[in-house]
Design a protein around this ligand. Structure first.
Ligand code: ATP
Length: 247
């Protein structure tokens, strides 16, 4: 089943094209990694999919439904998506447990007791049950991102959107967050993620899409795109990544 289909997506800021006709398909259970230089449009694409931006052209279809249709309620459409950003994902004035329980109870109408049981089970699974009553500022950045992942999964979304979720972390905390994403991916989740971590993309992605200047210049298996790229732009990008020691 196709979970997400993006067609001819165009996004402009002040007349400048940031996304220039992006086509992308994510099938159920697939992990799709968006790679590309800073400013290539990865975050904008994820924000457009999550309807946080108005599209200038094109369509976003989620579970076969055109959610970019102006008649669609964005809040309703977002219920099928879990999102984790670079940082500041958690509400600072709420405990970890409250953060995780909030969307299932308030947005999805899950009874409080049921949502709490599920949240505690999820926190247990990621080794953070003892932090349930703590406030986010008592957690390390890596722990906060793991809670953010748990929160995004708490209402069982059809699609998980991850936007550079380790890029604001100290290097020693990156591993624990990537390990959790790896586990989530292995559990069969459908994921669209922007990442600077090429090694990680290679390990978990089924499909890698290289963005350059707001276009998908090349897409294919990680082995192909990262190991034997066809396009000169992809080769150039990977050479730069290699020089910076991130491959
Ligand atoms: N709200 C905005 N207003 C104006 N320009 C924006 C806005 N958001 C993004 N841009 C511009 O759009 C382009 C694409 O940005 P985007 O954040 O999508 O890139 P990215 O590939 O995610 O980069 P990074 O890897 O640094 O996160 C950049 O040139 C950026 O400056």
């Amino acid at each position: 089943m196709t979970v997400l289909r993006v067609r001819g997506l165009v996004k402009e800021y002040g007349g400048r094209r940031v996304l220039d006709g992006v086509d992308l398909t994510v099938e159920e259970g697939q992990v799709v990694a968006l790679i590309g230089a800073s400013g290539s449009g990865k975050s904008t694409l994820l924000r457009c999919v999550n309807l946080l931006e108005d599209l200038d052209d094109g369509q976003v279809e989620l579970l076969g439904r055109d959610i970019s249709d102006p008649r669609v309620d964005p809040d309703r459409a977002r219920r099928d998506m879990g999102v984790v950003f670079q940082a500041y994902n958690l509400f600072p004035h709420m405990s970890v447990l409250r953060n995780v329980v909030l969307a299932p109870t308030v947005v999805h109408g899950v009874p409080e007791a049921e949502a709490t049981t599920r949240a505690l089970a999820l926190l247990e699974r990621v080794g953070l049950a003892d932090k349930a009553r703590a406030y986010p500022d008592r957690l390390s950045g890596g722990q906060q991102q793991r809670v953010a992942l748990v929160r995004a999964l708490a209402y069982d979304p059809a699609l998980l959107l991850l936007d550079e979720i380790t890029s604001a972390l100290d290097p020693e905390l990156v591993g624990e967050v990537l390990a959790l994403v790896r586990e989530i991916a292995a559990g069969g989740r459908t994921i669209l993620m922007a990442t600077h971590e090429m090694g990680f993309a290679k390990q978990v992605a089924d499909l890698v899409c290289f963005l350059d200047g707001g276009r998908v210049v090349e897409s294919g298996s990680p082995e192909q795109v990262l190991g034997d790229p066809e396009q000169p732009r992809t080769r150039e990008f990977l050479r730069r990544v290699l020089d910076s020691g991130r491959l």
